[in-house]
Design a protein around this ligand. Structure first.
Ligand SMILES: Nc1ncnc2c1ncn2[C@@H]1O[C@H](COP(=O)(O)OP(=O)(O)OP(=O)(O)O)[C@@H](O)[C@H]1O
Ligand SMILES: [Mg+2]
Length: 415
């Protein structure tokens, strides 16, 4: 047999070498979905000893335009015959690769296949798989690859979600930038010109929906710092252990500490910064103090609990060595669920344009977290720290009342 020279990029290779019978791949535009599908078909076809393999695109026209030309070239050295009328390639072992369209369901029925690729699955009718293709794999115990760019939370999302915890199934996800051949400038340009939601769907294979979430993207206003107002800081601390790697070698998804720095003018918030990262305890304390000193904030609210208790001695050390004393208060969950608390603190304010953010590099992460909220799979540290500002501003106010009371009492006691 002739040599085939296939070089998959890392993500494609991970998918190709997985032992799962059914693989569901959500990937960004230009990430290399069709390239992976094509070589998988050729290699599975060459491996097969009995049944043919099948490529299905949403329409027959798409199958032709996406796959036909390139697969003929790629399989050239292992091809015995080509049928232009059938859109099929007979490989050197006698096995055929068929190209078909989901718009012609009758053409998909009947024959058993060793392997089926469903390209751009998000835009196919779910019945294509459920009613027509699944039965054709059953008798030969054939395998399948579902691949596409997400289109919101439709049938593709369902099958991708289910694949996470079904035997024989595996789910994958990769970004456009996982394809090393893609021009990063082109992606950067798209990021600048598309809405965050669109960009995340198309390039990062995100399944978020375009409506029905708690927050909407166009509520986020970018603007200039108001002249009046005073700064407060709120901190949502994360654990301080260093970042490790999971058993699969993937980076562990750990919470970050987030420090929100907000100027409050009446009922308006100007979000100057949300610092976020994983730092050791000393660095966390030093960053909190620095964030407050930078804007002359007098009050910092830190989420009450063991993490705050752990930071406090370090923060006191920092204040002592810098000669700067800042009022540290506790902010709390107040018995509310996190989802509720964040929604209460931010939804109305954002919707009514009461929150303006400074244009900065954390904006993208911030908007992403807002859009994904309240999904349990994603981070919300940035928006959580911002939601705590609600309590710091109240605390700041309460404190000034206390101070007044105190002076009042002092007067009476003749001090
Ligand atoms: N492993 C690889 N080696 C060489 N070229 C690759 C590889 N993977 C992808 N490419 C090239 O990158 C480009 C995009 O790949 P492909 O068309 O497979 O992406 P896609 O995710 O199907 O894109 P679309 O979203 O437009 O359908 C193509 O020119 C393809 O030939
Ligand atoms: Mg493609």
């Amino acid at each position: 047999m002739s040599e085939l020279n296939v070089k998959f990029h890392a993500k494609q290779l991970e998918i190709f070498t997985s032992k799962a019978r059914f693989k569901v791949v959500a990937a960004g535009r230009r990430g290399g979905k069709t390239f992976l599908s094509m070589w998988t078909l050729i290699l599975k076809g060459l491996e097969s000893t009995d049944k043919d393999v099948l490529y299905v695109a949403p329409t027959l026209g798409m199958a032709k335009s996406i796959m036909w030309g390139t697969i003929k070239d790629a399989a050239h050295s292992v091809t015995l015959a080509i049928s232009e009328s059938e859109l099929s390639i007979t490989l050197v072992n006698g096995i055929k690769i068929h190209l078909k369209g989901a718009d012609k369901p009758d053409s998909l029925r009947g024959v058993g296949y060793r392997y089926i690729v469903l390209d751009e699955y998000a835009t196919m009718k779910p019945a294509t798989w459920e009613m027509i293709l699944r039965p054709t794999l059953a008798d030969v115990k054939g395998d399948a690859l579902f691949i596409g760019t997400p289109e919101g939370k439709n049938h593709f999302h369902n099958i991708w979600q289910d694949a996470h915890d079904t035997d024989d199934w595996e789910a994958f996800q990769f970004n456009s930038t996982d394809n090393p051949l893609i021009d990063s400038e082109e992606i950067e340009h798209a990021k600048q010109t598309m809405s965050t939601q669109n960009f995340r769907q198309e390039f990062e294979a995100s399944f978020q929906t375009f409506s029905g979430g708690i927050f909407e993207e166009d509520w986020v206003k970018v603007g200039e710092e108001p002249a009046q107002g005073s700064y407060v800081v709120a901190v949502d601390p994360a654990g301080f252990e260093s970042v490790g790697r999971g058993a699969t070698g993937s980076k562990l998804k750990l919470d970050e500490t987030a420090i929100a720095v907000v100027k409050i003018t009446g009922d308006e918030w100007y979000v100057r910064d949300i610092y976020h990262g994983r730092w050791n305890i000393k660095e966390t304390a030093s960053r909190i103090l620095q964030a407050a000193m930078d804007v002359h904030a007098t009050t910092v609210g830190i989420e009450k609990g063991s993490l705050k208790n752990a930071i406090m001695p370090y923060l006191e050390d920092e204040m002592r060595s810098k000669g700067r004393w800042i009022n540290i208060t506790s902010v709390t969950h107040g018995g509310k669920k996190k989802t509720e608390r964040i929604t209460w603190a931010l939804q109305g304010r954002l919707e009514h344009g009461k929150i303006t953010i400074r244009e900065a590099d954390w904006n993208y992460e911030f908007v992403s977290q807002l859009m994904d909220f309240p999904s349990p799979q994603t981070h919300d540290d940035l928006i959580d720290s911002l939601a705590f500002i609600d309590q710091v501003s109240v605390a700041d106010f309460a404190q000034s009342i206390e101070l007044d009371d105190y002076e009042y009492l002092d007067e009476h006691s003749g001090y």
